[in-house]
Design a protein around this ligand. Sequence first.
Ligand SMILES: [Zn+2]
Length: 131
Amino acid sequence: MTPCPCGRPLAYAACCGPLHEGSPAPDAESLMRSRYSAYVLGLEDYLLATWHASTRPSALNLAAEPRPKWLGLEVKASTQTGDAATVEFVARCKLGGRAQRMHEISRFVREDGRWYYVDGVVDGGVSARAD
Ligand SMILES: [Zn+2]
């Protein structure tokens, strides 16, 4: 079995796969994990579709060089209050040969039964953009 890119000990088809095909994420952490998997797999449309309209960029240009090589995801904490949630995570990647560690606390909201990424605080600085 090839484990899902998001790091859960599940097959992709039983984890992030259904979300990428349109199933609503059951919670913000699952959405966050599916978005990480989407970065790994280059699913730009999915990333834009799960980005809240108020903060969504017009494009991500995931194919632009240098492309990061994603190495792993670790979810540190997740909290939910009604239709708002935060997920704290560390994502590791290699960019241009250099190892990077991205520590972010992301904010999510739920609208009409679907979770959306709003923005995130990266290591003390604010960043809503992945580019
Ligand atoms: Zn997954």
